[in-house]
Design a protein around this ligand. Structure first.
Ligand SMILES: Nc1nc2c(c(=O)[nH]1)N[C@H]1C(S)=C(S)[C@@H](COP(=O)(O)OP(=O)(O)OC[C@H]3O[C@@H](n4cnc5c(=O)[nH]c(N)nc54)[C@H](O)[C@@H]3O)O[C@H]1N2
Ligand SMILES: Nc1nc2c(c(=O)[nH]1)N[C@H]1C(S)=C(S)[C@@H](COP(=O)(O)OP(=O)(O)OC[C@H]3O[C@@H](n4cnc5c(=O)[nH]c(N)nc54)[C@H](O)[C@@H]3O)O[C@H]1N2
Ligand code: SF4
Ligand SMILES: [Mo]
Length: 762
């Protein structure tokens, strides 16, 4: 029998700290995932469910967007995939009775962990104006409420339609179609807080905002640089790919302020060597960089490559690129003193990296949030592209750019048109296919949507998944902004804080998850997803739905659309709801690369989307070539007595969903309010290990934000840098502290001061 959810709020934040580990996975990972699955699902369901994860006839792991290898292992999932599945396939339920027992005020005082642990949502719930209790509501009435509030708006642009990245291609396509027929491009998504910087940088430089490598390329590379990413926790099966590459002779450079265990050594739980032995050492060179120093690092590498005889691929540059001379002139001025200051590295380390770069005929650079969530994220990623262009490392096997996506279908959602700044060609195709005039004006991204809510310019907030108030920056500002809305609606699987920080009226619409059977009038349905490498494939859940009252995401959009748009809509919403194949037929006609979608997705393992730079060294940019760029070098600076703080994930969470309180590889248990600081910085600041302190972020306009009660942990991070978990630290991130161009919250570089508490205990 699966364990019961906690009744009281069990989160006493009393962190226990032991030494960080130097290897990831192995037996403890297997044991941990099975224990967690067993607690949520019981033994039989655990076995049944986990054997379907990532199998060709099964469902796509709802964890991250890492691709599946073509040859599948019987257990084709990782520890954190198992946790993601267990979290969704749990036997615990949140029923109307639960809401009768817990007022919204009560729930707003609980931790995110406690809310998530209560189980799956089972019925549509409505919070009436002035009420403190959610009550059950019929689907019909729920759609009626949405229609009323949308109809009352002065303009469609007063509504915001947010998407988190688990939504299937089919649901995402319908959702953006609905928003645009309704009349707005206000389609912010989690990508705005995630890889938007990658999209901005790559679109401008190579002409497409997606990575240019496939899984096989990793095995063919001579060198893989992993910068600003913690795959051991966030993309665990990437370690299997890195292990395979290593055993074929690939070298790995890791660039990170933290020594992350997964990148040091990997014990593959899928084989005996990994379970019992020492595993495989992954990183050949660890560059322990200062937060935000990456642009300076890649810039000096580029200068050094330019200065090395024969190191530049002149043929590629002449034929395929634009802007080389400007870039060359700028890069040659890269300054050693500034580089060492920005990166905190020494010259010998950088020269060693150069030697490895020069020895490699095929280089791949992988990155994630450590590069994207900085003020200068876009120029940083462009500098990475400059290096690859110099060496001709885009558009040939074993080489290229590899931004590793987060949510399991975040890339697919964008492909389907979830974007506040859609390309004109996409809108033209929608117009032609569906016979309505889509709005052309750009919509609101996440940060702008929060401002619009705050300023009373947006009045209805609708979320397709996610946990908006916890995932976004400046928690106090954002929560106050959301509370100003007339109506907030969340399509969700699990309870979270966004359900209890609401507008005047609120709806919770419970939906099917990936693991569940989706039966419609037209029979059993499947959906499709796109992974981080542009592979599209089917996903079929097998479990009985958590409750008979759940609707699928496509069904919710179709019914809402019929109710809101009424007879004015030329779109066959009813057909779409009954048979998702009819949605795919339309996707095939609107979105390039999806021709013959239904036939091709029937192939086990799916198909790969075209990618002009990867496939044919064609660069669909403004210049028609791959663009070198030459931005000035930037890096964040902290005044005397201050540190730079990054906000990151523990091993036991999925974004705002907290699975448990065990950040195993970093040695932190039973609590999350910790701040990791280098022992020498701690000594200089008079912060003993185990003492308690407030984190105070200092913003350029003189304002301050405070997160109280963090346990100081002496930790081997880069000097001058600190780390603490998100979402607890989102309160410290100013709304206006965003990346240039992409507008992504710069949550990896906050200037903070640490205020000691007078020897207060935990
Ligand atoms: N289990 C699990 N899996 C997940 C998620 C989860 O929460 N839990 N989230 C999913 C999502 S949506 C995403 S976007 C991805 C996130 O995947 P990651 O980007 O790996 O996630 P973070 O925890 O934010 O880790 C950032 C890493 O970059 C490093 N870093 C921070 N700043 C810098 C810098 O300035 N320079 C360099 N070189 N390194 C830096 C940090 O030390 C850390 O190792 O994971 C996805 N997968
Ligand atoms: N400070 C700081 N802030 C950050 C980050 C950071 O590194 N630091 N990272 C940012 C990043 S990379 C991201 S992607 C965002 C994440 O932002 P979001 O995507 O908004 O947040 P999640 O925590 O992933 O959303 C979890 C909720 O999604 C719902 N859910 C789960 N599965 C499904 C499903 O299948 N369908 C539906 N409809 N709902 C479902 C559940 O109700 C669950 O509570 O946070 C960002 N915020
Ligand atoms: S690597 Fe990501 S997609 Fe693969 S099993 Fe793990 S969490 Fe799921
Ligand atoms: Mo993300």
């Amino acid at each position: 029998m699966a364990g019961k959810p906690p009744t009281g709020d069990p989160v006493q934040d009393a962190p226990d700290v032991t030494a960080p580990q130097h290897a990831a996975a192995g037996l403890p990972a297997v044991a941990h995932s099975l224990r967690m699955a067993h607690q949520q699902m019981g033994a039989r369901r655990t076995a049944l469910t986990l054997l379907k994860v990532n199998q060709k006839d099964g469902f796509d792991c709802p964890g991250c967007a890492w691709p599946e290898p073509d040859k599948r292992h019987a257990a084709e999932f990782c520890e954190n995939g198992a946790k993601a599945v267990a979290e969704e396939a749990t036997l615990r339920r949140v029923t109307p009775d639960f809401f009768a027992r817990h007022t919204v005020t009560d729930l707003a005082g609980r931790s995110g962990y406690w809310l998530g642990q209560q189980g799956r949502l089972t019925e549509p719930m409505y919070l009436a104006e002035g009420s403190d209790t959610y009550e059950p509501v019929t689907w019909e009435r729920a759609f009626g409420i949405i229609a009323e509030d949308l109809a009352a708006l002065d303009s469609p642009d007063e509504a915001v339609f947010y998407t988190s990245g688990r939504t299937s291609n089919e649901a995402a396509f319908l959702y953006q179609l609905f928003a645009r027929e309704f009349g707005t491009n206000n389609l912010p998504d989690c990508s705005n807080m995630c890889h938007e910087s990658s999209g901005s940088a790559l679109s401008e430089t190579i002409g497409i905002g997606k990575g240019s490598v496939l899984l096989e390329d990793l095995y063919k590379a001579d060198l893989i640089i992993v910068a600003g990413q913690n795959p051991g926790t966030n993309h665990p099966r990437m370690l299997s790919a890195l292990e395979k590459a290593k055993r074929g002779g690939t070298k790995i450079i890791t660039v990170n302020p933290l020594p992350e265990a997964g990148l040091e050594r990997f014990k593959n739980p899928q084989n005996a060597r990994g379970l019992a032995g020492n595993g495989t050492a992954l990183t050949d060179l660890f560059l322990q960089i200062r937060l935000g120093g990456d642009q300076a690092l890649f810039r000096i590498l580029n200068r050094l490559v330019l200065e090395t005889e024969g190191a530049v691929d002149t043929e590629f540059i002449d034929e395929h690129t634009h802007g080389f001379e400007d870039f060359r002139r700028t890069a040659l001025t890269a300054d050693w003193d500034e580089t060492l200051r920005a990166t905190g590295l020494n010259r010998a380390e950088i020269e060693q990296a150069l030697t490895m770069v020069l020895a490699s005929k095929r280089t791949i650079v992988c990155w994630a949030m450590g590069l994207t969530q900085h003020k200068h994220a876009v120029p940083t990623i462009k500098e990475v592209v400059n290096l690859l262009l110099l060496r001709g490392d885009i558009g040939r096997p074993g080489a290229g750019v590899c931004p590793v996506r987060g949510h399991s279908n975040v890339q697919g959602d964008r492909t389907m048109g979830i974007f506040e700044r859609p390309a004109p060609a996409f809108l033209d195709a929608l117009e032609k296919e569906f016979g309505f005039t889509p709005p052309r004006e750009h919509g609101l991204d996440v940060v702008r949507a929060i401002r619009a809510l705050r300023d009373g310019q947006a009045k209805v907030f609708f979320a397709m998944g996610g946990n908006f108030v916890s995932a976004t920056p400046d928690t106090d500002v954002t929560e106050a902004a959301v509370r100003r809305a007339r109506l907030t609606v969340h399509v969700s699987t699990k309870l979270n804080r966004s359900h209890v920080v609401t507008g005047a009226r609120a709806l919770i619409l419970p939906t099917l998850g990936r693991t569940e059977r989706d039966r419609q009038a037209g029979g059993e349905q499947f959906v499709t997803v796109e992974d981080s490498m542009g592979m599209v494939h089917a996903s079929r859940g097998g479990l009985k739905p958590a409750s008979p009252h759940l609707l699928s995401e496509p069904a919710i959009v179709c019914r809402m659309a019929r109710r809101v748009l009424g007879d004015t809509s030329p779109t066959p919403w009813e057909d779409f709801e009954q048979d998702y194949g009819t949605i795919r037929d339309r996707i095939a006609r609107v979105i390039p690369g999806f021709e013959d979608f239904n036939t091709r997705v029937a192939h086990p393992g799916g198909f790969t989307l075209p990618h002009a730079p990867r496939d044919e060294r064609r660069f669909p940019t403004a210049t028609g070539k791959a663009n070198f760029t030459a931005a000035p070098v930037e890096y964040p600076r902290a005044p005397e007595g201050r540190l730079l703080l990054q906000t990151l994930r523990s091993h036991d969470q999925y974004n705002t969903t907290i699975y448990g309180l065990d950040d195993r590889y970093r040695g932190i248990k039973n609590g999350r309010r910790v701040v990791l600081i280098h022992p020498d910085d701690a000594a200089a600041l008079g912060l003993a290990d185990g003492s308690y302190a407030d984190l105070v972020s200092e913003w350029t306009d003189g304002s301050e934000r405070r997160a109280p009660g963090f346990r100081v942990v002496h930790y081997p991070t880069a000097r001058g840098c600190a780390a603490a978990y998100y979402p607890e630290t989102n309160v410290l991130v100013p709304l206006d502290h965003t990346a240039d161009t992409s507008n992504t919250p710069a949550s990896k570089s906050l200037v903070i001061r640490i205020e000691r508490k007078s020897e207060q205990a935990g």
